[in-house]
Design a protein around this ligand. Structure first.
Ligand SMILES: Nc1ncnc2c1ncn2[C@@H]1O[C@H](COP(=O)(O)OP(=O)(O)O)[C@@H](O)[C@H]1O
Ligand SMILES: [Mg+2]
Length: 148
């Protein structure tokens, strides 16, 4: 299923993030929820993750984990226990993500995993994941495509 949205401003991008976060947190699953975010620099990937985390009650300000690759945040929910934010921008090989214990992370139903630049690790993404593509259409305008 593919859905395309035009966000005319940041608020509309946030709204999409809020809706997806609420949907995922209320739906227990047998594995981690994996969300792959694609799109150039400044297209809105990190902004999306920030609002997604905020609506799930994470108080810390989420920044791009470009230098540390992975950051974990605790969730207070029956269904999900960790929000894991990964940025693959600087990796050279998907193996660097495997080294984070990736196989275990994606198996664990307690995790919600958001990956920026997910296309760089396409090879190791689970079959079932949500792909979100961001396209810069104007200063505040983005085309956002959700494939699942
Ligand atoms: N509709 C929009 N959706 C997302 N970001 C927007 C939008 N309009 C303006 N912006 C701005 O674009 C920038 C997106 O940056 P960021 O979220 O860090 O992108 P990325 O992680 O893809 O590099 C932010 O400064 C944000 O305020
Ligand atoms: Mg980013």
């Amino acid at each position: 299923m593919t859905k395309t949205f035009i966000a005319k401003n940041l608020d509309q991008t946030w709204k999409l993030a809020e809706n997806l976060a609420k949907q995922i947190i209320s739906a227990p699953d047998a594995a981690a929820a994996v969300i792959g975010l694609n799109g150039g620099l400044g297209s809105g990937k990190t902004s999306f993750v920030q609002e997604f985390a905020k609506v799930l009650g994470i108080k810390e300000k989420i920044t791009s984990p470009t230098f540390v690759i992975q950051k974990n945040y605790k969730l207070r929910s029956k269904n999900r226990k960790f929000l894991i934010h990964i940025d693959t921008y600087r990796i050279k090989d998907p193996k660097e993500i495997l080294d984070l214990g990736w196989k275990e992370l994606i198996k664990d139903p307690k995790n919600i995993i958001l990956v920026e630049w997910a296309e760089k690790i396409k090879k190791i993404l689970p079959k079932k994941y949500i792909q979100i593509n961001f396209e810069h259409l104007g200063e505040n305008k983005r085309k956002i495509t959700v494939l699942r």
